[in-house]
Design a protein around this ligand. Structure first.
Ligand code: FES
Ligand code: FES
Length: 1023
């Protein structure tokens, strides 16, 4: 067989069933990605005779005789030594400049789809001038879990303009003016009946800059990501983009039953299959109890898992591991393993599982943490009492009590979990893995594998999205055990179905709210009980559900004397069930809390005829007040009182309500009924389409105080560039870029003078990893410390040079001075423009300093290490608004607009930060209206692919608006707070409140499916 790829002919000798995806990757075309096996994610897109096709569902043989295009040939990095290159293709350039690349896993596919669109567009439109709808349609087959599609669409429209010979406006990379969002024109808001997107004219978010930031050169600037070019070029940056000689392929035998003892297991036939290198069952491995949760030591949860066990606890639990020469042989071997199960009663409902006689965990090795109690199927229990809740209830004029429910949903990162393990030349086990927590993984795996930490090296290459799903150690031990068993490299990657049945998810919860309120809207006491389902294992059980109360219940403290001494109670039971374990997912328990809290607040406001925004702000936490939970709870560790130093919530509300036109729309019957449909036009009756608007206020945290720790080291090179090594892990969030911006700001150099490397347990400093919205805050402070220390060394070296070598150089007047005139002290030197300036204007360049320190005099390496752990976790705040249209005949809801105004402190990079908000709101949109994991009575998953589990596509998106309201958080050298998780929190309740506003459907449960809305709207009695 021959394949013609990028105009190069490749002879191939492959089995006939080989897919085009596998064939291309085996030839080194690693830009073609694997995200599923069923043609749903689009990550494997290539062009076949100019048309996009999914290479995963096409046989290589079918592509013979056709022209195949991948992005390996699309463009080149400008400046490759002495050879001239044409540089990036305009599409690649605009993807880089507009911030369209987050994790970059979907980027090659998007670029090819766009290339196909722009190539065929002239025939369709006579000029290459696609509409935004054309662009969204062209991307509709490619799933992106990171960006919310806003910036990729902008990038493609701008590339089309460039290709037409136009200058796109506004120019990429130029921020919007630093002004508050202007109030919308009343008329245009009222007449703007159909939601539409406005991508071409909105590149960057509006920012209300704080005065402190105006002098900065790099922090606060929309710099393109430092790793964007390699991702736009489709370079082999990800875990699986490599092959090792002699590599084996791992597969796992998953339990077909939800709860059973394995009474017999025989792997002899599988082991005898030619091509099988190893089969491991529980009988072959040491019995080491551990937790897969990638958290600091000691892990704040029970130890309740084994690599392989003689009991299975959910459909998808592990039964055996196989390593073979090919994936097909490994798959065949799984079928030859004989297993007998003695089935046990299946517990799928958390309420039924609590205190049930059937126990999931009766193993003697179980290690309790805090109040876990396996004899009650209880992985954790939390009881927090602040103030006197009962007295608060007694003093209330009204008591409101209701149950709410949130579903189990999945992170659905497009790159599956994937790992490659091998022994290096020193017989140290190298684990190349797509993980958020390389250092935790090393520590957790050491006892499981029977190796000391010093004999394990974890390398984190580029990650194709994580969102908390990769804050677990789930695939690494499988491959590592098989490498230990065989001595050979082993690759293990989840299929998409395995992602659904065996990976982690968001904890589903049933939540009861009880709130006491005075007639004037003062909250006197607030209580939440959360029944949380951790699934079969207790990874993240305590900490996720703790956050549900710690953040969501902290926002409303009451007013007057109740504000001074709030009455808040949070109680939670986190229960084992026979379902796949829940874990970390962006927001980490807080979205589960804000659905009930914000729906409850809306119901109270409406019941008491209070303005929903005024009611919320009257009771909301304010600057200078104590985070009420900070005295009571801290993820299983000692709490420490914490005062809110910055809170831009009121300004967020003002900005967002203006941006969405709240004042014109809320309570406006004309606006609510302003959408006509065909039926209403024909019959001249009132339309069944109703518009609604809703609000939710939210807060999150920034890292975990006294626990999250980040480290960084920086060394200076002899050309004045710097290597920045961080243990932090960039999941696509842009953290490598913002850390480089912080270093560049302090060192007074350009961003491309900072070469970032993250992370490798052998080379980079320790960092807890990417979670808890901690990277920019914690690792950023560590970078700032290292950079400040290094800056001191640079100033000392510069002073030495000034005082000995360069008496004659002045920048301003060029006057010659005598050698002894004006001795310079280090503290008088300023670093800027890649130079060190003396007070009199003389300067030495960074490259002169680097060269001097390494080659000339008193030689030494200028370098520094910094680390940081924070005593506080300053919360970001946000106002989230949603506008919807409900078809009251079918219950179908369309979310037309989402506006989010966020106080995340100083925004280090508006491009990457707004990308975080857009992507987070998009994930939250799925949580609000369509995502849900459901199990049948035997514990079998209903959702097993990305067709049944629907995540938002490019052509389904509402208009997204992000507004940053900057405050200067004094606990951080650059005044910043977290940005990554807060967009998950408010979308669902804002949408739920908008649905209520539209049609009276008072939803207690998400997702807001048509059936639920239809039923709930039938219960509504119109006032
Ligand atoms: S990998 Fe081909 S569509 Fe998902
Ligand atoms: S950037 Fe699209 S999946 Fe990550």
């Amino acid at each position: 067989m021959h394949l013609l790829i990028n105009n190069t002919n490749h002879p191939l000798d492959l089995p006939p069933h080989t897919t085009l995806l596998r064939a291309l990757r085996s030839l080194g075309y690693f830009s073609v990605k694997h995200g599923c096996e069923t043609g749903e994610c689009g990550a494997c897109t290539v062009l076949l005779d100019g048309k996009p096709v999914n290479a995963c569902v096409m046989l290589a043989a079918q592509a013979e005789g056709h022209q195949i295009e991948t992005i390996e040939d699309l463009g080149e990095r400008a400046g490759k030594g002495w050879r001239e290159t044409e540089g990036l293709h305009p599409l690649q350039q605009t993807f880089v400049e507009t911030g369209a690349i987050q994790c970059g896993y979907c980027t090659p596919a998007m670029l090819l789809a766009a290339r196909a669109l722009l190539a065929r567009n002239p025939r369709l439109y006579s000029t290459a001038n696609p509409t935004e709808a054309d662009v969204r349609e062209s991307l509709s087959g490619i799933l992106c879990r990171c960006t919310g599609y806003v910036k990729p669409v902008q990038a493609i429209l701008q590339a089309a303009a460039i290709l037409r010979g136009e200058k796109p406006t506004p120019k990429p990379g130029i921020p919007a003016p630093p002004e508050f969002y202007p109030p919308p024109d009343e008329e245009s808001q009222i007449s703007n009946l159909q939601s539409h997107t406005n991508t071409q004219t909105r590149v960057l978010p509006k920012i209300a800059t704080t005065p402190q930031t105006s002098e900065w050169k790099r922090v606060g600037k929309p710099d393109p990501k430092v790793d964007a070019v390699k991702l736009a070029l489709g370079k082999p940056a990800f875990t699986d983009d490599m092959e090792l000689r002699g590599m084996l392929y791992a597969k796992v035998l998953w339990s077909p039953v939800a709860h059973a003892h394995i009474t017999h297991i025989d792997a002899s036939r599988a082991r005898a299959l030619p091509g099988v290198a190893a089969v491991l069952t529980w009988q072959d491995l040491p019995r080491v109890v551990y937790s897969t949760a990638g958290q600091s030591d000691p892990i704040p949860g029970p130890l309740d898992m084994f690599s392989l066990d003689h009991k299975v606890r959910y459909v998808g639990d592990r039964v055996a591991f196989v390593a073979a020469e090919t994936p097909e042989i490994a798959e065949a071997a799984l079928k030859l393993i004989e297993v007998q199960y003695e089935e046990l009663p299946t517990l799928l409902d958390s309420a039924a599982a609590l205190d049930n006689a059937t126990l999931l965990h009766d193993e003697p090795e179980y290690v309790n943490f805090a109040e876990s109690d396996p004899s009650r199927n209880l992985a954790a229990h939390i009881h927090i009492d602040i103030g006197n809740v009962n007295q608060g209830f007694a003093e209330a004029d009204h008591l409101f009590e209701e149950w709410y429910e949130v579903p189990k949903v999945q992170q659905a990162h497009i790159e599956p979990h994937v790992v490659i393990t091998y022994w290096d030349e020193d017989d140290r086990l190298t684990i190349r893995t797509s993980t958020q927590v390389p250092f935790h993984a090393r520590r957790i795996l050491a006892p499981v594998l029977g190796l000391p930490i010093k004999r394990i090296r974890v390398i984190k290459p580029r990650i194709g999205g994580g969102f908390g799903g990769k804050q677990e150690v789930m695939v690494e031990d499988v491959a590592a055990h098989l490498t230990i068993a065989t001595g050979r490299p082993v690759r293990f990657e989840y299929t998409r179905e395995e992602e659904f049945i065996a990976a982690r998810s968001r904890h589903p919860m049933k939540v009861r709210m009880k709130t006491g309120v005075k007639n004037d809207g003062t909250i006197t006491a607030n209580e939440m009980y959360a029944l949380s389902d951790t699934g079969a294992y207790g990874c993240h059980a305590l900490t996720v559900t703790g956050n549900t109360g710690h953040k969501a219940m902290a926002l409303y403290v009451g007013d007057g004397k109740y504000r001074e001494k709030p009455n808040i109670r949070f109680v939670a039971d986190i229960v084992y069930t026979n379902t796949p374990p829940a874990g970390a997912y962006r927001g980490y328990g807080v979205p589960q809390g804000f659905w009930p809290v914000e729906r409850h607040m809306e119901r109270i406001a409406r019941a008491l005829h209070l303005d929903p925004i005024e009611f919320r702000l009257k009771n909301a936490l304010r600057q200078g007040e104590l985070q009420p939970f900070s005295t009571a709870w801290s993820e299983g560790r000692e709490p420490s009182p914490e005062t809110i130093q910055t809170n831009g919530l009121e300004e967020c509300v003002a900005q967002a309500r203006a941006a969405i036109g709240w004042d014109q729309k809320y309570g406006n019957k004309h606006w609510r009924n302003s959408i006509s449909n065909l039926k209403s036009q024909i019959s001249n009756q009132q339309s069944v389409m109703k518009k609604g608007i809703g609000v939710a206020l939210v807060m999150q945290g920034t890292a975990i105080p006294y626990l999250d720790m980040g480290g960084a080291s920086i060394k200076m090179n002899d050309d004045g560039s710097f290597n920045l090594l961080v243990g932090a892990t960039d999941l696509g969030t842009g953290s490598d870029t913002v850390l480089a911006q912080i270093a560049a700001e302090i060192l007074g150099v350009e961003l491309d003078d900072i070469i970032v490397y993250s992370s490798d347990t052998d080379f980079t400093p320790f960092d807890v990893g990417a979670y808890a919205s901690s990277t920019t805050y914690i690792s950023g402070a560590a970078v700032a410390r290292a950079a400040n220390t290094l800056a001191e060394q640079i100033r000392e070296r510069a002073a030495k040079i000034f005082n000995s070598q360069h008496p004659e150089r002045r920048e301003t007047d060029g006057l010659t001075q005598s050698k002894d005139a004006g001795r310079v002290e280090p503290h008088d030197i300023t670093l800027a423009d890649c130079r060190a300036y003396a007070p009199d204007g003389r300067f030495v360049t960074m490259s002169e300093i680097g060269h001097h320190s390494l080659h000339k005099e008193d030689q030494r390496q200028l370098m520094a290490v910094g680390s940081y752990v924070s005593p506080v976790a300053p919360p970001p705040f946000a106002a989230q608004f949603a506008e919807v249209t409900v078809d009251t005949e079918t219950g179908m809801v369309t979310v037309d607009k989402l506006v989010m105004a966020v106080d995340s402190g100083v925004i280090v990079n508006p491009l990457t930060a707004s990308g975080q908000i857009e992507g987070g709101m998009t994930q939250a949109l799925g949580y609000a209206v369509c995502e849900e994991m459901v199990y049948d009575a035997r514990g079998q998953a209903r959702e097993r692919d990305l067709r049944d589990y629907h995540i938002p596509h490019a052509h389904e998106m509402p208009d997204l608006t992000t507004i940053f309201v900057e405050t200067f958080e004094p606990s951080h050298p650059f005044g910043l707070k977290a940005v990554a998780e807060i967009p998950m929190d408010g979308v669902a309740p804002a949408v739920g409140n908008a649905i209520l506003d539209a049609c009276g459907a008072d939803l207690k449960i998400i997702p807001a499916t048509p059936e639920r809305i239809w039923r709930a709207s039938r219960e509504y009695i119109s006032p």
